[in-house]
Design a protein around this ligand. Structure first.
Ligand code: UD1
Length: 383
C-alpha cells in the first residue's frame, strides 16, 4: 500500500486535485493499492471559494482541515507549516503532492521536504521571472525541494533545465524514484479537468439563464495582488471595462474576495464598476460554462488563460508577463498590461479564433501519467 497526502488550500488547487483524486482512486492494475488523503490548509474558506468545490462531483472530502484562513504571508505560511508537519508526522505518507504556486504549495513543500518525505510538485517549472509576485517565490522554492517535478509544458521543462534540473522521460522518472530530482513533461492537469467537465457543465449549469445573459458578453476575472494592491492598476482595468460596458457590451465579473474588499473600500472604483455585472465567485461548472459562451475573456489568472485556450475563446491577459507563453505564440492570448488605452485598443481589435490551436498542454491524460509514475516507485519510509 502506498500512502499519499495531497496538500491543497486555494481554489485553483481544488480544480487541479480533482482529476488526480479520481485517477488515484482507480490506480493501474497490478500496482500496489494507494491510500490518498487530502489535507486542506483552509487558505480559502468562503463557501464559494472552497466548499462548493467539494460539493460538486469533483473531490472527496479532506481528511484534515487546518482552517488557517488569511493573514500576512509569514503568518499564513507559518501556521500552515506547523499544521502540515503535525498531520504528516501522524499520517506518515510515502509521498506528498503539492499543486501550483500558492502559500499552501510552499508550506506543503517545506513541511514534507524537511521530514524527508518524497515530494511531488504538480505544475512544476513555471516562471514569470517577476519576483514581485509571491507566486514566483513559491514556485522557485517548491521546485528546488521537490523530487518529482511534474511539468505541464515543454517550456516549463526547459525553464527547469536552465536552472540545472535533470529532465527525463516518464520511464527514467520511475527509475529514479524520486531519489534524484527529475523534471518530466506530463501535460497540464487542468486540461484533464476541462475535458472531463465540459459536457457536464453544458447539461447542469443554468448560470447564463440565471444571470439573464444572452451572448455576446465578455467575462472578466481579476484577483492578483499585482492588480489589486498597486494603486491605479485595478482602477485602470475597471475604468476600461466600464467604458466597454457603457458602449453596450455586457461585462460579467465574478469577483474574488480580495478584489471585492478593494472595490468596497473605494467609492470612485465602485462608481466606475457600476455598469459591470459584478457577481460572487462561481462554482467550477458554472465558470466553465460562462467561459465557453463568452466572446472574450479578460483575466489576470493563469488557469483562466489556459481554459480560454482550450475552449478557443480569445483572451486578453491583464498583466505584463505570463507563465503560459504558448497561448501568446498561438495568437490566442495577448498581454495588455494595466493601461486603459492599451486594454481598449486590444478589445477593439478582437478577432474570433478560427484556426486549430497547437496541442501544447498534453492530451488530457495528465492525471493517469502522474499516477502511473508515482505508483511504480519503490518507497522506503524515512519518517
Ligand atoms: C491565492 C494565491 C494565488 C492564486 C489565488 C487563487 C498565494 C500567495 N496566492 O491568492 O496564487 O491564484 O489564491 O484564488 O497563495 N479571502 C476571502 N475568502 C476566501 C479566500 C480569501 O475573503 O475564501 C481574502 C483573504 O482574507 C485575503 C484575500 O482574500 O484578504 C487574499 O487571500 P489569499 O489567500 O492571501 O490569496 P489570494 O488572493 O486568494
Amino acid at each position: 500500500m502506498i500512502k499519499m497526502v495531497s496538500v491543497v488550500g486555494a481554489r485553483p488547487q481544488f480544480v487541479k486535485l480533482s482529476p488526480l483524486a479520481r485517477a488515484l482512486a482507480a490506480p493501474p492494475k497490478k500496482k500496489p493499492a494507494i491510500r490518498h488523503l487530502i489535507l486542506h490548509t483552509g487558505q480559502h474558506y468562503d463557501e464559494n471559494m472552497s466548499r462548493v468545490f467539494f460539493d460538486e462531483p469533483m473531490i472527496p472530502r479532506p481528511a484534515f482541515d487546518l482552517g488557517v484562513g488569511s493573514g500576512s504571508h509569514a503568518r499564513q505560511t507559518g501556521e500552515m507549516l506547523v499544521g502540515i508537519e503535525r498531520v504528516l508526522l501522524e499520517a506518515r505518507p510515502d509521498v506528498v503532492l503539492v499543486y501550483g504556486d500558492t502559500n499552501s504549495t510552499l508550506a506543503g513543500a517545506l513541511a514534507a521536504a524537511k521530514l524527508g518525505i518524497r515530494l511531488a510538485h504538480v505544475e512544476a517549472g513555471l516562471r514569470s521571472y517577476n519576483r514581485a509576485m509571491p507566486e514566483e517565490i513559491n514556485r522557485e522554492v517548491t521546485d528546488r525541494v521537490s523530487d518529482f517535478l511534474f511539468c505541464p509544458t515543454r517550456t516549463a521543462v526547459e525553464n527547469l533545465k536552465r536552472e540545472g534540473f535533470r529532465t527525463v522521460s516518464s520511464g527514467a522518472c520511475i527509475k529514479a524514484g524520486g531519489r534524484e530530482p527529475s523534471a518530466v513533461n506530463v501535460g497540464d492537469i487542468m486540461y484533464d479537468s476541462v475535458l472531463f467537465n465540459l459536457n457536464l457543465a453544458g447539461k447542469k449549469s443554468r448560470i447564463i439563464e440565471d444571470l439573464g445573459l444572452e451572448p455576446p458578453y465578455y467575462l472578466v476575472t481579476v484577483h492578483r495582488a499585482e492588480s489589486t494592491d498597486n494603486p491605479g492598476n485595478l482602477e485602470n482595468i475597471i475604468s476600461a471595462l466600464g467604458r466597454v460596458a457603457k458602449e453596450g457590451m455586457r461585462v460579467v465579473f465574478p469577483v474574488h474576495p480580495r478584489t471585492r474588499k478593494v472595490i468596497e473600500k473605494n467609492s470612485p472604483l465602485r462608481a466606475l464598476a457600476r455598469n459591470l455585472l459584478l457577481i460572487d465567485p462561481l462554482p467550477y461548472l458554472d465558470m466553465l460554462w460562462l467561459e465557453k459562451n463568452a466572446s472574450l475573456i479578460l483575466t489576470d489568472s493563469g488557469g483562466v488563460q489556459k481554459e480560454a485556450y482550450w475552449l478557443r475563446i480569445p483572451c486578453l491577459t491583464l498583466r505584463n508577463e505570463t507563465e503560459w507563453p504558448e497561448t501568446i505564440e498561438a495568437g490566442a492570448n495577448k498581454l495588455v498590461g494595466y493601461e486603459v488605452r492599451q486594454i481598449l485598443k486590444a478589445v477593439r481589435s478582437l478577432r474570433p479564433i478560427k484556426k486549430k490551436l497547437p496541442e501544447v498542454f498534453g492530451n488530457g491524460r495528465t492525471a493517469e501519467k502522474i499516477v502511473k509514475i508515482l505508483s511504480s516507485v519503490q518507497y522506503n519510509r524515512t519518517t
